[in-house]
Design a protein. Structure first.
Length: 403
């Protein structure tokens, strides 16, 4: 152990008559510890919330959407899906047709978006979210699968009859009326995403094409890929394969506003809570200044024995660094312990009816932990500069004369 480090540790252990300095020392460490703990827990909470949302989006939406340029609908969707499925990195490709509609039951009506897709894809993609009904049970009328919010608004259950009213008008003895078709509720789907559950209706692609007089037409081809976070590479391959006739949009582009908002929230939260660490670090300045005043005689003796201003400066710098390091490491440990306890006992409960999850997970990110550690240490190291400089500037002769 170097001379400066040895003296620094000895100075931090104040004798009984100077217990006030020791108390301030522990307050400094405790303040930094609390601030770092709050940062670890808060950022882990944001990470967990973001991960839950992202996982649900991956389960209920496509990773890529392929649409025809300058055309809301196009023919040959199934052939295009076959071409896309053969591209490296693609797991599945599904032609989808959608249309805004009015849906009406015996007691209520509401707006929604009906999506048609091949029956096999419909059952495969949405079976995990089917809470009532069945994709295979026979029905008297064409089956229609409703988001849970839509079903609750209409007051219907599987087996009930509903009507879809399409924007297309048709002449009747009563004038121009919207085209309509009757369906039977085949099942109810609960995805956990409010927008989907409150608006979406699912049915067979060929049935919807026939209802809209759009035989063979699709709105887009939904694509799922193997490497979700490397979706850009598949996007580039598809662009080369399909040419300029099609527009390809990734999940990152579709959900950029949502994840940008979460990222901004995380950044603001980080800097806000980091102020706790900064305020706690100010206690280090007070602690070191008190130590300088307390140790004036010792500084004078050390200087007279040959200690240079650099040695004196290092002594007080090491003291501040020790306080910062102790508080930071204690805060990281306490924060991770808090995260572990919160996850183990599911402490952060949320209303299931709103968020469709029972509790919020806390997910610490190693990168966040590293940034928190470096920022905390940087703040505490900076606060040691002024007291260290003051200590190095003590005149040995003046210090000994005053004593």
């Amino acid at each position: 152990m170097s001379f400066s480090r040895f003296v620094a540790i000895r100075y931090l252990i104040s004798p009984k008559k100077q217990r006030f300095v020791s108390f301030i020392t522990f307050v400094s460490i405790g303040g930094i510890c609390i601030g770092v703990t709050a940062l670890v827990v808060a950022l882990s909470l944001i990470n967990g919330f973001q991960t839950d949302i992202r996982d649900r989006l991956f389960q209920t939406s496509y990773h890529l959407m392929v649409m025809k340029n300058f055309s809301p609908r196009f023919g040959g969707g199934e052939e295009l899906a076959g071409r896309i499925a053969s591209v490296e990195g693609v797991v599945s490709a599904t032609p989808v047709l959608f249309q805004s509609v009015l849906i009406r039951s015996a007691t209520a009506s509401t707006g929604g978006v009906v999506k048609g897709m091949p029956p096999k894809a419909l059952a495969k993609e949405w079976k995990p979210f089917l809470v009532r009904g069945s994709f295979t049970a026979p029905t008297e009328l064409p089956p229609l699968f409703l988001g849970k919010g839509v079903a609750e608004t209409l007051g219907v259950i599987p087996g009930d009859k509903v009507k879809l009213l399409f924007p297309e008008l048709r002449l009747s003895p009563f004038g121009a009326l919207p085209k309509q078709k009757s369906f039977e509720v085949g099942g109810i789907i609960e995805s956990g995403l409010y927008e989907f559950d409150s608006l979406s209706l699912l049915t067979d692609l060929s049935l919807l094409q026939k209802s809209l007089s759009q035989t063979g037409q699709s709105s887009f081809v939904g694509v799922k890929v193997k490497e979700i976070f490397n979706v850009e590479s598949v996007q580039e391959r598809l662009e080369r394969e399909l040419g300029d006739s099609y527009m390809i949009v990734s999940w990152k582009e579709l959900n950029r506003p949502l994840f940008s908002a979460l990222k901004l929230e995380k950044t603001v939260l980080f800097f806000t809570i980091a102020l706790i660490v900064f305020v706690a670090a100010l206690n280090i300045i007070a602690t070191l200044i008190l130590l300088v005043v307390e140790k004036v005689k010792e500084i004078g003796i050390l200087s007279s024995l040959g200690a240079t201003p650099t040695h004196i400066r290092r002594i007080f710098f090491f003291q501040g660094a020790f306080l910062g390091l102790a508080g930071t490491l204690a805060g990281i440990a306490l924060g991770l312990l808090t995260v572990f306890i919160a996850n183990t006992f599911q402490l952060i409960k949320v209303p299931y009816e709103i968020y469709h999850i029972r509790y919020l997970r806390l997910l610490p990110d190693p990168t966040d932990i590293l940034i928190i550690t470096l920022c905390s240490l940087a703040i505490t190291f900076l606060t040691t500069l002024y007291p260290s400089h003051k200590a190095a500037g003590v005149d040995p002769a003046e210090a000994l004369r005053e004593e």
